[in-house]
Ligand binder design. Structure first.
Ligand code: TYM
Length: 358
């Protein structure tokens, strides 16, 4: 693609944290969308290793995880020829813009962010509301390291990832929508402070569906997530995947015709809608409605259909993941191309903010 045609296309930016292997939530909420967008848009996808640092990972694991996810990106169908694929920390302009942008971000709005409150609660081992979190963070000396400043300013860094590319679209799952909303707010604030229209307001990309996706876990409760221990990973082998699905939480079965499914069962239907043919989903929905459903059969079918999605990807991951030369060439090239865009934005922002050569 030459520079001119690249410029005309709308810009798509998104990333995934390097905190472990990718699961079906990451796949359907994000990665699968990245792949679908790559032919039509100017796409820039990265590994958010600086964001991963906010939860203080082991350095060896962090590095391994960056490589794993790169391999998973390519194995899922992302083409380094069509997209800019890079590692966030390879772009120093991001860190500088993060510092500059923080001058226009309020501590209060960061402390009110749902993901910060969740992580702070977990780190502090409390279940209480905002006020108590605040008291606990400010008042208790022993909490200095547990809730770090990087965690608080996580949304600033994410906004910078997006704004440094002047992104139009940011394909993410439902859990990231609040961060996207903050990105738009920071962009507006910057524009209004400096009386400019420099930053646009990026939006999610949902392919015309009602809203962003939240892929549920197998434990009957909330979303599929690495820290919830309820995931199907793209790298899971056949036996592991089947075992996990057969153990998924259900209930004692419908008690009367046309009853609304309980949450754990509805979750299985949601997963099925992602991987199975519509007539298969209909068959099980109908058999739930007339109380003839057998969860064992439904789970077997679900595992089968999940494997159709994951096994070819798993095979490609195994083929690519130890090819260091290929991966390192890919991100070196990606970083060079990403830095061209990033350094232009940083130069312009410095100028707007009054950081000029004497
Ligand atoms: P992360 O690494 O937690 O997740 C990566 C992507 O996967 C989506 N996702 C899900 N979608 C639906 N259902 C689920 N159960 C599920 N679990 C995860 C997430 O919504 C996300 O799209 N802050 C981001 C990484 C990031 C970023 C960015 C994203 C950093 N900078 C700039 C976009 C643009 C994160 O932690 O995602």
């Amino acid at each position: 693609m030459n520079q001119e045609s690249e410029n005309k296309k709308k810009v798509v930016v998104s990333g995934i944290r390097s905190t472990g292997n990718l699961h079906l939530g990451n796949y359907f909420g994000a990665l699968n969308k990245f792949v679908k967008l790559q032919d039509e848009y100017d796409c820039r996808y990265f590994i958010a290793d600086l964001h991963a640092l906010t939860t203080n990972p082991d350095p060896t694991q962090l590095h391994a995880s960056v490589k794993d996810i790169l391999a998973e990106y390519v194995a899922a169908g992302l083409d380094p020829e069509k997209n800019i694929i890079y590692v966030q920390s390879d772009i120093p302009e991001i860190s500088e813009l993060y510092l500059l942008m923080n001058m226009h971000v309020g501590i209060g709005e960061l402390m009110r962010t749902a993901s910060f409150k969740d992580k702070a609660r977990k780190a502090l081992g409390i279940t209480s509301d905002s006020e108590e979190i605040e008291k606990e963070i400010i008042g208790n000396q022993t909490n200095n390291q547990r809730v770090n400043a990087g965690l608080l300013t996580y949304p600033t860094l994410m906004a910078v990832d997006i704004l440094i590319h002047h992104a139009d679209f940011v394909p993410v799952g439902k859990d990231q929508e609040q961060h996207l909303e903050l990105t738009r707010r920071f962009a507006r604030r910057f524009n209004s402070f400096y009386k400019t229209d420099y930053f646009g307001e990026p939006v999610n990309f949902n392919f015309g569906t009602a809203g962003a996706l939240k892929v549920p876990g197998l434990d009957g409760s909330g979303k599929m997530g690495k820290s919830e221990g309820n995931c199907i990973y793209l790298i899971d082998d056949e036996k592991t995947l089947r075992k996990k699905v057969m153990r998924a939480v259900t209930d004692e079965g419908p008690k009367e015709p046309n009853q609304t499914p309980t949450q754990p069962v509805e979750n299985l239907f949601t997963l099925m809608e992602l991987v199975s043919e519509p007539e298969v989903v209909k068959h099980y929905r109908d058999s739930y409605a007339d109380c003839s459903i057998r969860y064992g059969d439904m789970k077997k079918q679900l595992a089968e259909d999940m494997l159709k999605v994951t096994l070819p990807i798993r095979q490609r991951i195994l083929d690519i993941k130890d090819n260091d030369e290929y991966l390192s060439k890919m991100v070196k090239n990606g970083a060079e191309r990403a830095r061209e865009h990033a350094s232009k934005t940083l130069r312009e922002v410095r100028e707007i903010m009054g950081i000029r050569k004497i």
